[in-house]
Design a protein around this ligand. Sequence first.
Ligand code: FAD
Length: 322
Amino acid sequence: MSKNILVIAEAKEGELRNVSFEAIALGKTLSEGGEVVATICGEGDLNSMAEELIKYGADRAVTVANAELKTYTPEGFTQAYKAVIDQESPDGIVMGHTSIGKDVTPKLASQLETGLISDVTEVEEGDDGFVFTRPIYSGKAFEKKVVTEGITFVTIRPNNIAALEKDDSRSGDVSSLDVDVQNIRTIIKEVIRKTSEGVDLSEAKVIVAGGRAVKGPEGFEPLQELADELGGAVGASRAACDAGYCDYSLQIGQTGKVVTPDLYIACGISGAIQHLAGMSNSKVIVAINKDPESNIFSIADYGLVGDIFEIVPKLTEEIRNM
Ligand code: FAD
């Protein structure tokens, strides 16, 4: 039976996040031929983003533009999304498992009095409907869930569900919804960027991560060069962050970001369980470590035993000359 699915899209500094396109792809699957509506909230003219969502597979889009939605606030965005949900009455809702997705979806689920399956990495058809897989216990086990009643409300981990090809010939209706956003108790006075410009760590296809072995902020420079050469981002272990070699916004792991790039290059990282919790689902893992007994090699697809300060620049050079 076909279903109507609402995809809650997200933008960062005027650019749609890739996970929004991945959510549309899942929305298409869940709709079983029904309608996929994408919504985008923010300030100003959101039409070009709405049209892009349609090019990635949404049938139509609903924008909610309001000066109060310039930056994310839990109250403002919850009200905006709830208004769209009330208007559309979807059978299912899909959103990215991003910082905003993690914050806003439990609030919406409680208002809708429905369940929420968060951090989904895989979806397949089962005898009783779609089966949603999500990692639990820091990625040491996987849980499979089926929705038996109510709205199918899921958040998806970025980089796990393939987006559809962009089709520039697609068009669809873009409508706007006026929402009287009220009672915002949070005032964002200033946004201070901690991460460098460029590829967003949580959506990066390639991550070059450094551990305690980088020995200092300058030790990240060769890693950044390799990441730049591969069009990727730099990440770090907690030990590297704790030592002050880099900002905590780069931390990957149980208490940092959870990432699933196509390629993860771990440089001088021992592979503590708390680090693995944030990256073990990466598609290909390359480990560079001078200790052949290091635990990181137990999950690596390719291992290089040696000094990162020798190997990383050589790798960069080789890739540059390819
Ligand atoms: P180390 O364990 O010190 O490993 C350094 C590695 O570098 C070693 O394997 C060594 O052989 C290798 N090495 C040294 N020099 C070189 C060189 N020149 N060339 C090549 N290899 C070299 N950690 C996280 O990363 N993320 C988290 O989110 C996180 N959350 C935590 C939450 C809790 C509650 C706790 C208790 C811990 C958490 N940790 C987390 C910390 C975690 O347990 C480890 O301490 C940390 O991951 C170790 O970082 P590391 O691998 O960089 O350092």
